[in-house]
Design a protein around this ligand. Structure first.
Ligand SMILES: [Zn+2]
Length: 102
């Protein structure tokens, strides 16, 4: 079908992982900790210093790598571009495109 071909999305170069939010990220404990960390450090990106846009609380050592979920020392605040860049880098590492360096 010609029409379907036209609207079919092109596959991404690196398939993203199934978008599945861990229940942990909806938990009151996590939300309270993020609010506390933002309050203490300020609502700004710890990579580039940007204070505009959405700020993400990122696990330095990710949960699936055994990182501590609720330890503030394992949390890094990032703006959207920095968060995206870091996530993409980790995805490439996992895909074996670059050696993992922790
Ligand atoms: Zn940033």
């Amino acid at each position: 079908m010609r029409r379907q071909e036209r609207i079919a999305p092109r596959p991404p170069r690196i398939a993203p992982r199934a978008k599945k939010t861990l229940p942990f990220y909806q938990s009151a404990e996590w939300k309270a900790l993020v609010a506390q960390v933002i309050k203490l450090r300020g609502r700004r990106c710890q990579d580039c210093g940007s204070g505009s846009g959405r700020i993400y609380a990122d696990h330095v050592k990710e949960l699936r790598d055994g990182g501590a979920p609720l330890n503030p020392m394992n949390i890094w605040l990032r703006c959207s571009p920095c968060h995206g860049a870091k996530t993409e880098a980790r995805r490439r590492e996992r895909a074996g495109l670059r050696p993992v360096q922790d």
